[in-house]
Ligand binder design. Structure first.
Ligand SMILES: *Cc1c(COP(=O)(O)O)cnc(C)c1O
Length: 413
């Protein structure tokens, strides 16, 4: 039996208007409002329906491959202990989301939203994508369930993410290059929102992270929370207790919210989110919305955003295309101000070092996104006592990043 969280819980949000404190909400055109209310009602009904949960669970087991393992990274732990003071050096564990079908955590959320679209009788799915990982996950599940799939992708991203564009096409999706703005992820999301209002009757908008107007941030978090629920149970089975710390990378913040949410009221658990610092916060070339941005409104919610002096949305930069979103989910903005989660940032070069170390010591080539979080594990773990249990969310595998890393390292493939 699950007990309801206490009234002062960190897990109670959002309120009925979709607010996490002053963040979140639904700042959308009047024309979009009926669709969003419809979606909210459908999601509330699905959440309360045991048949929906049972169907989700079955697909998570047989199609996605859950549960993902909780794995103790022993050689990494030893390596970090060699540099630590006596009695220090945390035991590091990886939550292996990279082993999911399609290679990342994205599929957990997409499966949930596609199941909801089917329940609502919507045969046409639209999605935005940046690096293409969310687009691939959406195209995959649309193929699996025989749904029409249209993916909006900035023209710049289409050009630099050719393998993922080809994957989406193989899976039967239509990829629409977006030529407006900076021709990247935020423009793709604007275009998808425009499509949605135009094709009200048959279309479901599948958002890829804990952003957008309410109910998306809460709904995506709920679908990703399987990561944290499994981690809690697995650590209980392995060590008979809670972990001492959690750490995850942040693009929009969905893999992080998924790991963190079930632990928010466990006050003994330290929680760290890691943003992309690109060339460094001071350089202005980064994607760290909390460390280097300020509150504003984008894509239907109030949150921390990268902005220039006039309040225009600034371009995000990161070595990792999956992290270069100029905003962050509103629940993170709130957890930051409430000081429940500590937000750090990792530069491109720190990330590359962690990427190499993980590959050599653990035989796991991580995606560049979680390599950001891993680079902070290299700082944090040696300062913790030897009985400290630290869990890193290994959100995706590095296959997609091989050409880019090879180029940076000066290797011709
Ligand atoms: C997309 C992606 C991310 C960033 O998205 P979040 O919503 O912040 O989780 C992180 N890791 C991987 C592997 C991704 O594909």
């Amino acid at each position: 039996m699950t007990l309801a969280p206490p009234p002062n819980s960190f897990r109670n949000g959002p309120d009925a208007r979709g607010r996490f404190g002053i963040f979140g909400g639904r700042f959308v055109a009047e024309t979009l409002m009926p669709l969003i209310l419809d979606l909210e009602a459908a999601y509330e009904a699905a959440k309360a329906d045991p048949a929906f949960q049972a169907e989700m669970d079955s697909h998570l087991t047989h199609y996605v491959g859950r549960p993902s393992p909780l794995y103790e990274a022993e050689r990494l732990t030893e390596h970090l202990r060699a540099k630590a003071a006596p009695g220090h050096g945390a035991r590091v564990f990886f939550k292996r989301e990279e082993l999911n079908h399609t290679g990342s955590h994205k599929v957990n959320n997409v499966l949930g939203q596609i199941m909801l679209a089917r329940r609502m009788g919507k045969p046409r799915i639209i999605a935005e994508t940046g690096a293409g990982q969310h687009g691939v996950a959406t195209a995959t599940l649309c193929a699996r369930f025989g749904l029409k799939c249209v993916v909006y992708m900035g023209a710049v991203d289409v050009a630099r993410q050719a393998p993922n564009v080809f994957r989406m096409k193989m899976l039967g999706a239509e990829v629409v290059p977006v030529e407006s703005g900076t021709k990247t992820l935020k423009d793709a999301m604007n275009e998808a929102l425009r499509d949605w209002v135009t094709n009200v009757a048959d279309t479901f908008y599948c958002i890829g992270t804990v952003a957008g107007p309410h109910p998306y941030p809460a709904m995506v978090r709920d679908f990703q929370s399987i990561i944290g629920r499994e981690t809690k149970q697995q650590m209980q089975e392995m060590e008979g207790r809670l972990p001492d710390s959690l750490i995850a990378c942040i693009g929009g913040g969905s893999n992080a919210m998924g790991l963190f949410h079930p632990f928010l009221d466990d006050s003994s658990v330290e929680i760290y989110g890691v943003e992309a610092a690109g060339h460094g916060i001071a350089s202005g070339l980064h994607a760290a919305s909390l460390s280097g941005g300020k509150p504003g409104v984008l894509h239907g919610n109030r949150t921390y955003l990268l902005q220039d002096g006039d309040g225009q949305i600034a371009d995000a930069h990161s070595i990792s295309a999956g992290l270069d979103y100029p905003g962050i989910g509103p629940e993170h903005a709130w957890l930051h101000e409430a000081k429940r989660v500590t937000y750090l940032s990792a530069t491109d070069s720190e990330t590359l070092e962690a990427f190499k170390l993980c590959s050599l010591l653990e035989g796991i080539i991580p995606a560049l996104e979680p390599a950001h979080a891993l680079s902070k594990v290299l700082d944090l773990a040696p300062r913790k006592p030897a009985n400290h249990l630290m869990v890193l969310n290994l959100s995706g595998r590095g296959d997609k990043d091989i050409p880019q890393v090879a180029e940076i390292l000066g290797t011709r493939l």
